[in-house]
Design a protein around this ligand. Sequence first.
Ligand code: PM9
Length: 457
Amino acid sequence: MPRGEPFKIKMVEPIRLISREEREAAIRRAGYNVFALRSHEVYVDLLTDSGTGAMSQEQWAAMMRGDESYAGAASYYRLRDVVEEITGYPYVLPTHQGRGAEQVVLPNLVTRPGMYVLSNMFFDTTRAHVQLAGGRPVDLVTPEAMDTESEYPFKGNMDLDRLEAFIRDHGAEDIACIIMTVTNNSAGGQPVSMANIRATSEIARRHGIPLLFDAARYAENCWFVRQREPGYAGKSPLEIAREMFSYGDGLMMSAKKDGLVNIGGLAAFRDKELYEKACGRLVPYEGFLTYGGLAGRDMEAMAVGLREALDADYLAYRVGQVEYLGQLLRDGGVPIQWPVGGHAVFVDARKFLPHIPPEQFPGHALAIETYLEGGVRGVEVGSLMMGRDPATGRQLPSPFEFFRLAIPRRVYTSRHLEDVADTLIRVYRRRERVRGVRFTYEPKVLRHFTARFEFVE
Ligand code: PM9
């Protein structure tokens, strides 16, 4: 097998490492929040894999075909056909991004305040949309996910025993829906097995509860199923995707990940009823049914990107590159969620910085330190992102304290990732000198994006 990337580079964007003094000034000005850094102040930007990928020549070419008609655009129908081919869902709505789909779909299911929405694990915007709709999000990730060192191959799984018990204790009528997040971002980009999806679907159907996918990274999940689950090695990623979606009633998707586009999202359904309810919210919040907040050219790029993301050579390179960074870090002694996830390496900040308690956000402290050390930007996924209980104002307990290095698709070379690993290993060697942080400003909703901090002395 060749070891190189399955593409060559046709266009380049310069990047550079600014000086240590400039980095210190930049992070101070940013209120010690990496979200407030300007991109030119960052050398390797692993803040997110969302919308940061490089499009292919086929995607750029397809954009020229964009039909910008307000209603009935040909680009919409091309996108719809691809989504139906992959998912089997005929009712397709474009949205401006993943959270657009969430705001269009979730309030139709959370019909009474206090209803529960169950998930293997919510991403923060999905959790926020459940709460904004008056619902109560409940994470039911498998306990194996908590042990960051075990070899368990599907740490993204739903805990089926807790799912059954929750439905039995609270009653199916109080459960708005089940959301299966593939891959499970908050647990470390960890995959969900087909067996677990099938079993979750059986439970959902038995109780008459809708099962929706949060499909942001569904193609990477399909790759892990093919690699790790008996019986799938000979199947194409497309065949695996079709089987996976056959177990659900619909999806919400940020196409900025496995749609390989810089902007765009999707909602798609098996049945007309959920679709029609979503249409009622799409028009006032996103746009007309056949553009949903996107340009025709965006839908063209998405239609091509959705297919490219299921290409076996691409997926082998993609997941392999993330694993390469994980292996370099592990070899350097850095504790990470293992096995490595599909889109990011999740550094276990609890183990990395045992002297920093959760209320001083060890994952965020590591984000600041890694930026200062080598201009590398990653993000906290832990107590800071988890936030407070809206009813009591108390900090919600976070099962993890991660510092996430998310790898944009088709953007950085392995040499960049070697620089990232060297940077983090240098921080690890002087880890006892890293300090925790506290808020100087704490926003009420999705606080990690705009909060400001100072070091705890
Ligand atoms: N995920 C991420 O970096 C981007 C926003 S925070 C920097 O991981 C899942 C599983 C996601 C996700 C976004 C969304 C929302 C839904 N589900 O960002 O609205 O990981 O397109 O998608 C980010 P949008």
